[in-house]
Design a protein. Structure first.
Length: 271
C-alpha cells in the first residue's frame, strides 16, 4: 500500500516535472518568436529608413537639378538678351553706316552729275569754238618746214615790233600773192622776187634765217612770228580787230607809206 502511494507520488512528480519542462519550453518558444518578430520588425523598419534617405537624396538631387536648370535658363536668357542688345546695337551701327554710305553716294552722284553737265557744256563750247575757228581759218595744213622757216623770218623782219594782228597781216599778204596769178606761185619765189621786200636786199632776212637755223629763234616775238606764219600757210585770210573779223584776202601790198592804201594797221598801210 505504501509502495503504491510512493509510486503514485513518483509518477505525479515526474508528470509535474515534465509539465514544468513543457511549460518552460513553450515560454522560451514564445519569447523566441517574439524576439524574431521584433527583429523582423526592426529589419523591416531599416529598409524604410534607407528608402526615406533615398527619397530625400532623390528629392535633393531633383531640386538641385531644377535649380541648375533655372540658373541655366537665367544664363541663357541673359545671353539672349545680350545678343539681342548686341544685334540691336550692330543694327543701329549698320543703319547709321548705310545712311552715311547713302549720303556719300548721293553726294558722289550729284558731283558726278554736275561734273558731267559741266563736261558736256565745256565740250559743247569747245566744239562750237573749234567749229567757228575751223570755219574762219579753213585750216589746210599743206606746207613744208622750209616754207615755215622762210615766212616766219620774213614776218619777223617786216613786222617783228608789231602786234600779233600786224604779224599775221604780213603773212596773209605774202600768201595772197602766192595765190594770185600776177605773182609767182611759191612762197620762196614770192619772197625772193626782185625789189619786193627790203629785208631780202639789206641782209636782214639772211641774219634771221641763221638765227632760226641755230635754234636761237625763241623769243616771244619770234614765237609769235612762227605762229602767224603757220596760220597764214594754213589758209587764214582774216584778222580779229576789236572783237570783229577783218578780211585780208584781197590785200597784195603793204608798206610804211603806201600810195592808195585802204587800211592801216600799226605802222603799216595795206592795199
Amino acid at each position: 500500500m505504501k509502495f503504491r502511494k510512493l509510486l503514485l507520488c513518483m509518477l505525479a512528480g515526474i508528470f509535474l516535472a515534465g509539465f514544468a519542462n513543457i511549460y518552460t519550453y513553450a515560454a522560451e518558444e514564445d519569447q523566441n518568436i517574439a524576439t524574431t518578430a521584433d527583429t523582423t520588425k526592426e529589419t523591416a523598419e531599416v529598409p524604410s529608413t534607407e528608402a526615406d534617405t533615398d527619397k530625400t537624396t532623390v528629392t535633393e538631387n531633383t531640386e538641385t537639378e531644377v535649380s541648375k536648370q533655372e540658373d541655366t535658363a537665367k544664363d541663357t536668357t541673359a545671353e539672349v538678351a545680350t545678343v539681342t542688345e548686341d544685334k540691336e546695337a550692330q543694327s543701329d551701327k549698320t543703319t547709321e553706316t548705310e545712311k552715311k554710305t547713302t549720303k556719300t553716294t548721293e553726294k558722289a552722284a550729284v558731283k558726278k552729275s554736275t561734273t558731267k553737265a559741266a563736261t558736256k557744256t565745256t565740250a559743247k563750247t569747245t566744239t562750237k569754238t573749234t567749229a567757228k575757228k575751223t570755219a574762219e581759218k579753213k585750216v589746210t595744213v599743206n606746207y613744208s618746214k622750209s616754207e615755215l622757216r622762210l615766212l616766219s623770218t620774213l614776218i619777223y623782219c617786216e613786222a617783228g615790233g608789231e602786234s600779233y594782228n600786224g604779224k599775221l597781216a604780213v603773212g596773209i599778204v605774202v600768201m595772197n600773192r602766192v595765190r594770185a596769178s600776177a605773182f609767182p606761185d611759191s612762197v620762196k619765189s614770192v619772197i625772193y622776187q626782185k625789189y619786193q621786200f627790203g629785208p631780202v636786199t639789206n641782209g636782214a632776212l639772211n641774219k634771221a634765217l641763221s638765227e632760226y637755223d641755230a635754234g636761237k629763234f625763241t623769243s616771244s616775238r619770234e614765237k609769235e612770228c612762227i605762229k602767224a606764219a603757220k596760220e597764214a600757210l594754213s589758209g587764214v585770210k582774216s584778222i580779229t580787230v576789236s572783237g570783229k573779223s577783218k578780211s585780208f584776202g584781197s590785200y597784195l601790198f603793204f608798206s610804211g607809206r603806201l600810195s592808195g592804201s585802204t587800211y592801216k594797221l600799226g605802222n603799216h598801210q595795206f592795199k
